[in-house]
Design a protein around this ligand. Structure first.
Ligand SMILES: NC(=O)C1=CN([C@@H]2O[C@H](COP(=O)(O)OP(=O)(O)OC[C@H]3O[C@@H](n4cnc5c(N)ncnc54)[C@H](OP(=O)(O)O)[C@@H]3O)[C@@H](O)[C@H]2O)C=CC1
Length: 434
């Protein structure tokens, strides 16, 4: 594949401009607004963070504090990371309302110095790009000063804070050619897509060539990453999305695009050659028609990311919810294998630093581009949540936790025209691999 210049699409609304920028890969200087010291011995004991003190389904509840306790390295394999950028995922909105609380609470360690069993104050945010400031005694791959990225598991305190701790296994060295803001758009969606496409669908770099893959919901965070990964692996990729996202997903490499808002999407897809794998990022009744699009009796796989598992454990309790989810999954898997010879599976995010190492290589090779639709300063996290709640994501919404100074001269500015003007945040743009 030829070189790629374009790295990042984002609306500059939060920054007070009306243009959509293509940020170049040139180096950025990072300057922290707050008085964060990178020396562990002199580190402050309090940090800034956005927390919730209770679950709130009405959309409020986020509270800024500059008195959150700075986490410390408590196990020999942990690293402490100074967060430069974070990003939001639909999970953050769900978790704010209590989604998954019962199961996630089981996996959480006591949070306060008093070892209370309350998860509050809870810090959301699943992506981090930042710098290692402290390491446990058995950490071998990282040292203070290393630039890293990671997806923060939902049972851990999140990245909407100045510092976060993770185990070495969950962390990876950040791609060199992108900024922290760009890098933060990738880890959680990448870990999810890799888990779904590799563990659940059985694809990999060496087995995907010419496989026909359908990605539903291709314009969102997981979709925009998956399209690029699959194209880097040589797959033929068909995508469903809205009409105004067609330019974006084609620019990322999609071979065929079906506008789900125009006519019967199942009928349009049904006229195409059948698929080897479907990655369903939409859920709902999609699976009713999608499994019929797979090649029968050929080992084809349908993987959905929209599962009832955590909803079940929330509403029925851990035991009954898990059993109910297991029975549902078994019934669907059995029905599909008997009637069509296709595999029906659920996909889940899984923490995996080594997998992010592979993604880093693809990013630095220009084969995967960060797709940043909107970015907000750390002071505007509630506004970033509001943006996400509006839906219609076109890639990712990123939070600049420590401000990055970009040289205007190093940026290319692209006027994406009327297509973006109809979106408040813009960015149904034209990312493309040249
Ligand atoms: N199981 C797990 O561990 C994980 C599950 N998920 C889930 O996967 C799903 C996708 O995640 P993510 O990509 O981050 O979500 P996003 O919100 O970033 O993207 C969703 C995209 O789907 C598009 N869309 C909505 N309806 C349709 C439709 N009927 N057909 C085609 N496209 C549609 C939206 O745009 P528009 O409305 O304009 O068409 C949007 O671009 C979410 O439900 C998320 O909760 C994500 C990560 C982990």
């Amino acid at each position: 594949m030829a070189s790629t210049r374009l790295l990042c699409l984002f609306s500059a609304k939060a920054a007070g401009t009306t243009k959509t920028r293509l940020a170049g890969a040139a180096a950025r200087r990072v300057c922290c607004r707050r008085s964060v010291c990178s020396s562990p011995s002199r580190r402050q004991s309090c940090m800034s963070a956005w927390v919730i003190d209770q679950y709130d389904t009405d959309g409020g509840g986020l509270r800024f504090t500059d008195e959150a306790t700075v986490p410390t390295v408590r196990s020999p394999t942990e690293v402490l990371i100074q967060v430069h950028a974070a990003s939001l995922n639909p999970l953050d909105i769900s978790m704010r309302g209590g989604y998954g609380a019962k199961l996630l609470k089981l996996r959480r360690e006591p949070l306060s110095a008093m070892h209370s069993d309350s998860e509050f104050p809870l810090i959301l945010g699943r992506d981090v790009s930042g710098v290692v400031v402290d390491c446990g005694s058995e950490v071998t791959h990282f040292a203070p000063g290393d630039e890293v990225w990671a997806a923060v598991p939902p049972w851990k305190q999140g990245s909407l804070a100045e510092f976060v701790t993770l185990t070495e296994y969950e962390v990876s060295h950040k791609p060199e050619l992108v900024s922290h803001t760009e890098a933060a758009s990738i880890p959680y969606v990448a870990s999810t897509a890799l888990s779904a496409l590799v563990s659940a669908a059985g694809l990999c770099r060496d087995s995907s060539s010419n496989k026909r893959v359908l990605v539903t919901g291709g314009s969102g965070g997981v979709g925009t990453f998956s399209i690029q990964l699959l194209k880097a692996w040589g797959a033929h990729v068909t995508v469903t999305c809205s009409h105004n996202a067609e330019g974006l997903v084609r620019g990322l490499g999609a071979d065929k695009v079906v506008d789900y808002t125009e006519g019967d999407v199942a009928e349009q897809l049904g006229m195409m050659e059948k698929f080897d794998v479907i990655l369903d990022n939409v859920g709902g009744d999609t699976e009713q028609w999608a499994v019929g699009l797979l090649k029968p009796w050929s080992g084809a796989k349908y993987v959905t990311l929209v599962t009832p598992f955590l909803l079940n454990t929330d509403s029925m309790g851990l035991m009954d919810g898990t059993i109910n989810a297991g029975v549902t999954l078994c019934a669907k898997a059995t029905q599909n294998i008997i009637s069509n010879g296709v595999f029906y599976r659920w996909g889940f995010y899984a923490p995996d630093g080594p997998a992010l190492d592979e993604v880093r290589k693809l990013v630095d090779a220009g084969k995967i581009l960060p797709v940043v639709e909107a970015q907000f300063p750390f002071t505007q996290v509630p506004q970033a949540f509001q943006k996400l709640e509006q839906g219609h994501a076109r890639g990712k919404t990123v939070i600049r936790v420590a401000e990055e100074e970009t040289s205007q001269a190093e940026d290319l500015v692209l006027d994406v025209g009327t297509e973006t003007a109809e979106s408040e945040q813009g960015a149904q743009g034209t990312a493309q691999h040249n």
